[in-house]
Design a protein around this ligand. Sequence first.
Ligand code: PLP
Length: 502
Amino acid sequence: MSDRDESRDDPRAEQTRYDQARYVENGQYEPLLSEKDQTRVEIGGNGGDGGSPLPDDLTRDSLELPELSEPELARHYTRLSQMIYGIDSGPYPLGSCTMKYNPKFTEDVAALPSAAVHPDRSERSVQGTLELMYRLQDYLGRIGGMDAVTLQPPAGAAGEFVGIRVAAAYHEHEGEGHRDEVIVPESAHGTNFASAALGGYDVVSLPSDEGGRVDLEALEAALSENTAALMLTNPNTLGLFERDIEEIAEMVHDVGGLLYYDGANLNALLGRARPGDMGFDVMHYNVHKTFATPHGGGGPGAGPVGVVDELAPFLPAPRVRENGASKSEPGYELFDPEHTIGKVHGYQGNWLVLVKAFAYIARLGDEGLADASAKAVLNANYLASRIEYEVPYEPFHHEFVASAGEQDAADVAKRMLDYGVHPPTTKWPEIVPEALMTEPTEVEGKDTLDRLAAAFNAVADEDDETLEAAPERTTARRIDQTSAARSPRLSWQALESEGDDE
Ligand SMILES: *Cc1c(COP(=O)(O)O)cnc(C)c1O
């Protein structure tokens, strides 16, 4: 309650309430289907009287739904879709998060009836499903230079946690259970710190050098016989490639530590360089960033984890392998790795996201993947060359971090929405003041990049007052995010009656 009360003194929260009235006045407000139509049609009615094969307490007597025509329904959902900004509305240059949504055919593949298999079916009856998983493990292994892959973790952060638990199990098995530190550069994604801590480790934060890369002297000082792992993103979140990566790997390995690769920035390396060849021992892939599937609002994603041979026995269970039944017609089976850390997700992970990743990789092939990363790097460099904001760290690859300087990066982001484009990731990494972390991805053409640059530059010239009042043109304006997160209103009725109190 206290959070809510504080937010009432916040002028921006005031603006949110005012906005609700404005939508209604301007006809921008879209009522619920049940508000649109008060008449009700009764659906069902076979429950409770033994008419359903389900137990009585699991069926309802009837379901009353508003009586609406098909066009009314279509308009409702079309209007809702137009009230938000999505990746199908325009460019979405969220740095590090890599938002892209093509090719769309991956959706067709995931929608094939044969993709919708029940997870409890016998292995013999789902050989095609297992083959797809086996081949995806293989694709990902080859892309990352890793020997073994698990498809189970449902997100990048979950993959990090699995990777850290696998590293812990390995050290334990080697009689090195005393290792209790994981080193994370200060430019890393917040999930790296969280995964290491959740995995039971003390987190040692590593400062960057003046160029924005790993400071080798600081690394030397941080490494010890207590080091379990160093987690690195490469290119790092500034888009900079760690040129000393081989030396870094050697330093970590010399003290008996493992090198973890955060794969969220794999879009820069696809088909060109492999974490395994750089000396990494374990990595996760954010398949929802690098391959198909847009993400947001909490999902869906998948964060497969790849490891070198030494770590393979510790991967989560089950994995898929060829069962060697017959040479001419290989079969596939699930198996538990020898020293597995156990299960980390129901069944096989976020299956349909994995199907889309498989379809994407198979469609693009080696050349297509290498072409995607080349264009991602080209697009980032072209866009950066067109914007007025300073980009302090170079040479970057698939993303760059500009500084909003005297402006507030969050206000810049809100204002960019008024120019019809999605803003970049803001305020992170903290090495760059008022960071605008921008990743156009390979999917945008020159016209779109020019439009994005024009939006950046228009906002760069605006005063604080204009920025603080933004966005003017979106359906919702300044959202009271703290209250939304801490005391979410999950029912429309609750919102209405609370509104009455005010
Ligand atoms: C997105 C991201 C993560 C976390 O991945 P999720 O799939 O969102 O859990 C980790 N590291 C970096 C650098 C990222 O951009």
